[in-house]
Design a protein around this ligand. Sequence first.
Ligand SMILES: C[S@@+](CC[C@H](N)C(=O)[O-])C[C@H]1O[C@@H](n2cnc3c(N)ncnc32)[C@H](O)[C@@H]1O
Length: 531
Amino acid sequence: MTPNLIRQAAVMLSNLLEFNSPADAKLSEFFRNNRDLGTKERAFVAESVYGVLRRLRFLSAVTANDDNDPDDARKLVLAWMLRIQGMSIQKIESMLTEQQIEWAHTIKAKSTENLPLAVQADVRDWLWEKLVAQYGEKEALTIARSMHDAATLDLRVNTIKGTRDDVMAKFIAENTSGESNVTKTPYSPIGLRMPLRLNISRHVMFTEGQIEVQDEGSQILAHLVAPKRGMMVADFCAGAGGKTLAMGALMRNTGRLYAFDVSEKRLHSLGQRLKRSGLSNLNAQSISSETDPKLKRLNGKFDRVLVDAPCTGLGTLRRNPDLKWRQTPQDLAELTVKQANILARASKLTKTGGRLIYSTCSLLRDENEQIAENFLATHPDFKLLNAAEILKQQQINLDTGDYLKLLPHLHNTDGFFAAVFEKTDGTSKPVKVATSVVAVDEAILQTASTEPKAKKAAAKPKVTKPKAAKEAAVEETLDEKTTVNEVVVKEKVAKPKVVKEKTVKEKIVKEKVVKEKVVKPKAVKTKAVKE
Ligand SMILES: C[S@@+](CC[C@H](N)C(=O)[O-])C[C@H]1O[C@@H](n2cnc3c(N)ncnc32)[C@H](O)[C@@H]1O
């Protein structure tokens, strides 16, 4: 530990606290511009800034000292070391002035028991209120706290190229210290859980396509889709293809797998991963929006259609803690309109007897159950299937009811939601639900307009990015389920190609209505972070 290292972390953190693009992208750029940093130094910078982002509201409260300067990035890093990492003052004393040592003692001793629950949960007030309304105070706190830890590093074994047992045996054989360095994921039959610090992207099994980095939750989702040999399968929001490739492997490289997305950049990344995967049944197509005319000829052709919809990503806060400070009720309202529109359009691709799977990595009912219920209410030719039963048929014992609902504190995965619908011949009766599509939007807009005014603390960061760019940036973050460690590693391996992203003009039928109703919150001016 050196003063310079803490300074580097503080510089990086003050940049991240602007919240104008995804943290992982900024961190990658920082490492590209600071190539002299060694592996351990990179790890410290990455861990400390992500650590602060996970506990930003709590640490802001702890460091709000006499001169009321909660945005001081260096103080936040030091407070993270002292309060979250439990480091002794003795260990850093040599780097501090007498006055700073006194400050460190105050930080160590500060009582935090009586902090408001939203601060202890480390989320914004609007999100806390939503979580409490949905899960109750106790579970909401447990869920939010489970997001304070780093995510696991999970691998998916590419069963086209090897078995889980073989890959596991190779990892164990490599382990020189003799202790077990790899375990099987409890639910996914093709997953392995690795030690966090492992450098996977340079591993020969990775470069040869035997393994992919993928959260166990995503692997379970691919099994929930249950694509079979010879089927016609569409991945409507394929992104960089995490689930596409998993489904391709489950199809044993037979049948036809279509990957659609509005982002050419993400489909390009899918192409890179495809080369390693050994799959040859994939057809990736960029679409202008969910209403792209080229989709028309594919109506009614698919056995399986997966809609892994763009969402707030609030289930991935262990990996993307910046999202909890960047997402707003307005974003949520706009996303739910988008999700409903994409799901409705994608459903047309499903053939009678085929299945439509809607999924998000969000924890919020607005993006999950509400979308599913509204879809059923407006699409009488679809019925809901029981997710637990489908998983059982795939030898996965995981019963979360009709819907698949994964939560970090229960399943040690990212938070995921999925609903499986079967297309019937259209004679089934519509399912009665309490709310209509309009009611959902109204409810969210209500939240948007009643969001409490911003306070000065860093937990109310300013958002300076224009909407379109911000949205693309959020989706970018969600696409890559990158761990902090991977960011560190990736930067040492290769300079990624910069691909210019096409501007996507999306026609969202109800967007105009939503915009008119949303009361825009006042812009939050965050105090410049002192270095
Ligand atoms: C949650 S991400 C998908 C992640 C991906 N399935 C995976 O497993 O890696 C959502 C994706 O939806 C895409 N998207 C956004 N709007 C879309 C639309 N109208 N039609 C199709 N895809 C869309 C985004 O570009 C983004 O890649």
